[in-house]
Each structure stands twice: as C-alpha cells, then as structure tokens.
Write a protein that binds this ligand. Structure first.
Ligand code: PAF
Length: 281
C-alpha cells in the first residue's frame, strides 16, 4: 500500500494512474476507521481500478476547539484497516501541508448549508466543501463514495460537484449500523457505557417515527415531539435538532405526504451524534 503525505506526490501518482487509463476511486475519511468506512471502501472498490483513501482530521470543519482536540485518532490501526481492505494508496496530509500560512481560499455552498448541522455548527460545511475540493484536485477521482449517515453532507457534496462541473460520480452508501442499530461513527468510541446505551434512543426514535407513519400518523409536529420525548427520556445532554425534510430538496415538511427523512442531532455525555432515516413508505 502506498502512502502519500504531500499533495504534489499524491497528485503526480494520480496523474500517472489516469495516463494509464485507470479509474481512480476515492473514500475521504477523518480516520479512526471502522466497519462503516470499510463498507464504503468495498463499495468504491467495485467501481474503480485504484482505490485511494484519505485520512485527514480537517481542522476547518470543527467549530469547537475541544471537539477537534478530542476527535479520536489511531494511525496504526487505520493503516492496518486500509491494508486489509485492499486500498492501493492512502493520502495522509498534515494540517500545515493542507492549509499552509497564507491560505485564503474557501468553497461555499449556499442555503442548504445553513440548516440542520449547518445551523448549529458555524462554518462546518464550508470546511467540508473546501477540503473535499482540495482532496478531489489532488486525488483526481472518477468516483467517490460517502456514507448516508452524513445525509446533509452527501447532499451538499452532490450540489457542489454539479455546480462546479467536477467530473466525479458521487455515490451514497446506506448507513452501517451496530447490531443493536446505533449508526457507526468514529465518535461512538468516546461514549461512556451508560451513554452508549442511552444513545440508542436516537435509533429508536427514528424507527418509531417510521412505524408511526406506516400506521397513518402524517403530522410532522407530532412525529417530532414523540421522537423528542424518546430521546429526552433516555437522558440526552441536549438535542440540537429533530426535523423532517424532503430527502432531495432538504425542504422542511409539515406533513409526511411523499418522500420524507427524519434527521436527528443529539448529545449524549460529551458526544454529539447524528443519524437520519427514511420515514415515508
Ligand atoms: O465525513 C467525513 O469524514 C468528513 O466530513 C470528510 C468528508 C472526510 C471531509 O473532511
């Protein structure tokens, strides 16, 4: 497995692969890799000749210094996960190499980044779209795979790729869950034992909403207040949002009369978790 630490080396290698007519597939990550990431790698592997994974905890997408400092990291285990998954190359830049002194350029997708996670995490999506643009220009993928757990991120990336005419196929992969239903996330590692149990209420709230819709409850306000009760009763340290939106436009819905996705962000102990689920038939 090849490992590249600078954009120049990575880009030169990608240009070579392109010159050979090989299709580059890309899975961008912030490391602390788990089964959710390997599922993305497997999906990507099916669609490319050369599989590249980036590992970079992107400082500019964190709105909170302690969240960035506490983000879990394990380089050795990440490399071993990538090796086992048959990754051809890992791009592993340092923050200074990514954003050297004098760095001034950012990519902004408007409107859809000021709702949901964008409302409570100032500058988060600007950080994501900026780093993804830089990663795309370096790795030069024909296809990139993202998890649907970060549903809004996937929608924002799709928008950006279309708006900027980037020649990349964006593929969404269904959320990978633990056996009990908790969405896999690198952040789960920071949950204490009791918070880990309580955090499952997010999954239960989503499932209950889907069951209620199937049973004929279409009022978004009622579905949201039921979900809120479930999560509060489990001792959440705070709910950022519970919303029901159209999965394509991300417009907020008052009634579930067509495609509908419920989105939740809630804190358990020191950890902020997000999840979402299709609740319409
Ligand atoms: O989803 C993530 O892990 C990050 O937001 C991403 C896409 C790697 C950009 O830093």
């Amino acid at each position: 497995m090849e490992i590249y630490k600078t954009a120049k080396q990575m880009q030169e290698r990608s240009l070579y692969w392109e010159s050979q007519g090989w299709r580059i597939g890309f899975v961008p990550t912030m490391g602390y890799l788990h089964e959710g990431h390997t599922a993305l790698m497997r999906e990507c592997r099916k669609r490319c000749d050369i599989l590249v994974v980036s590992i970079f905890v992107n400082p500019i997408q964190f709105d909170n210094a302690s969240d960035l400092a506490n983000y879990p990291r394990n380089e050795e285990s990440d490399m071993s996960v990538c090796r086992k998954a048959g990754v051809n190359a890992v791009y592993f830049p340092t923050p200074d190499a990514m954003y050297p002194p004098g760095y001034r350029t950012y990519v902004d997708v408007h409107e859809m980044t000021s709702i949901l996670c964008g409302a409570s995490r100032a500058g988060h999506f600007r950080g994501v779209t900026t780093v993804c643009t830089k990663l795309y220009n370096t790795v030069r993928p024909a296809v990139a795979v993202f998890g649907e757990k970060d549903f809004q991120q996937l929608a924002v990336i799709r928008r950006m790729v279309e708006d900027l005419n980037l020649p990349i196929e964006i593929v969404g992969h269904p959320t990978v869950r633990e056996k009990d239903g908790l969405a896999m996330s690198s952040r789960n590692a920071r949950l204490g034992a009791q918070d880990r149990i309580n955090a499952l209420s997010i999954y239960h709230a989503l499932k209950n909403a889907a069951v209620s819709v199937a049973a004929g409850e279409f009022d978004a306000g009622k579905l949201i207040s039921d979900a809120r009760q479930t999560i509060e009763a489990a001792g959440s340290a705070g709910i950022d949002y519970i919303e029901i939106r159209n999965p394509d436009s991300l417009l907020e819905l008052e009634r579930v009369e067509g495609p509908a996705q419920m989105f939740i962000a809630a804190h358990f102990g020191p950890v902020r978790l997000i999840d979402n689920m299709k609740i319409s038939a």
